[in-house]
Design a protein around this ligand. Structure first.
Ligand SMILES: NC(=O)c1ccc[n+]([C@@H]2O[C@H](COP(=O)([O-])OP(=O)(O)OC[C@H]3O[C@@H](n4cnc5c(N)ncnc54)[C@H](OP(=O)(O)O)[C@@H]3O)[C@@H](O)[C@H]2O)c1
Length: 335
């Protein structure tokens, strides 16, 4: 697998990142370990988790499961030095049982946030579950507007100074906040984010819809002109909706996208996928892998081994400039 430079750090991360959100809950231990081993054997190194994965699948799940599973895998496999390990803090719940059945807005209101104490305690707890003395990348999972940025950033700087995290990143963040974060880092000499983890796929969110998590044209423009930040694209196949019209009709991940632009892009995608003899999900990943400005690392989230292998097969799809241009040009609104 090819690698890309993370921001301008000199660090090489694999062009596909492996999301471990469902490992230890919806994906059992044996399948998770097979995926992780296969991914490293295929040249992958960019492993993504969080301190809240995944509390939601079933009663009794806490959010510790994914980090703990990765910890066991690292302990047994001894491959820590082959992994560029990313985790996050900020979206953990103190009482997952109390949050079950609540709306997404109600759940978000219960997130732990990014106060200095939470961030400091968060890294120590994650390191314990992961069984390692450092992570390579530590994200603020959800931008927290109720904590002064200076407080979060100085706590993150302490964590980096202590060697507990090598780099920091931000997720679910608006562009103006990213700019403010970078200015503060510059002013105080704090480590600035090298990665921004946002929801990003081939479909574009509906024109006029404001959203802190989904990349929009302004954010793309910002990232193009700030190449010290790599875009890590989560939900790159939008939960697999591209291969499955029924899922597309019913899945709430489609809510921000439905409309004429999505229809036009889906038509272009389906047509080109048929011509190339590949699946639409696979073509979306291949298209993301061909994005160079900004550099984009698709962060896949397979639940099963078959889904993992299907995602990895995107590496075998070569698109020429005309294919990329056709997909880029499709849509009902100007980019
Ligand atoms: N920063 C954040 O806020 C944030 C948010 C979400 C995720 N993430 C990270 O990003 C990673 C990926 O996100 P994601 O899980 O949303 O990505 P995704 O790959 O778009 O969605 C994963 C889901 O897509 C379906 N799927 C996967 N491969 C498929 C295939 N080949 N064919 C058909 N369906 C397929 C499965 O759905 P079924 O289970 O229905 O089969 C699977 O659960 C996560 O593991 C996590 O590390 C971060």
């Amino acid at each position: 697998m090819k690698t890309v430079e993370l921001g301008r750090t000199g660090e090489q991360v694999s062009q596909i990142a492996l999301g471990c959100m469902l490992m230890g809950t919806l994906t059992d231990e044996a399948s998770s370990v097979k995926m992780l081993d296969h991914y490293l054997d295929a040249g992958g190194n960019f492993v993504d988790t969080a301190n809240c994965y995944a509390w939601w699948p079933s009663p009794g799940n806490t959010g510790d499961e994914s980090e703990e599973l990765i910890g066991r895998w690292l302990a047994h496999g001894g491959r820590r030095d082959q992994v560029f390990l990313a985790t996050k803090c900020g979206a953990r719940l103190s009482d997952p049982e109390e949050a079950r059945g609540k709306t997404w807005e109600e759940v978000q209101a219960r997130f732990e946030g990014a106060s200095p104490d939470t961030v400091r305690r968060g890294i120590d707890d994650s390191l314990r579950r992961l069984g390692t003395d450092h992570v390579d990348l530590y994200y603020v999972h959800v931008d927290d507007r109720s904590t002064p940025l200076e407080e979060t950033l100085s706590a993150l700087a302490e964590i980096v100074r202590a060697g507990k995290a090598r780099y920091v990143g931000w997720s679910n963040v608006r562009t103006w906040r990213l700019e403010r974060i970078r200015q503060l880092c510059d002013r105080h000499g704090w480590p600035a984010p090298v990665a921004v983890q946002q929801q990003h796929s081939y479909l574009r969110r509906r024109a006029g819809l404001s959203h802190k998590s989904i990349v929009d044209d302004e954010q793309l423009d910002y990232l193009r002109t700030h190449d010290d930040l790599t875009l890590v694209a989560y939900s790159p196949i939008l939960k697999g909706v591209y291969d499955d019209p029924e899922k597309r009709r019913n899945h709430d991940i489609m809510d921000p996208y439905q409309g004429p632009d999505a229809e036009a892009r889906l038509a272009a995608l389906t047509e080109l996928a048929a011509e190339l003899g590949v699946k639409p999900n696979q073509l979306v990943l291949a298209w993301l892998l061909h994005q160079t400005s900004p550099t984009t690392v698709p962060l896949i989230g397979p639940r099963t081994l078959d889904q993992y292998l299907a995602a990895m097969s995107a590496l075998d799809v070569t698109l020429d400039a005309a294919h990329v241009e056709r997909l880029d040009a499709a849509g009902a609104h100007a980019p």
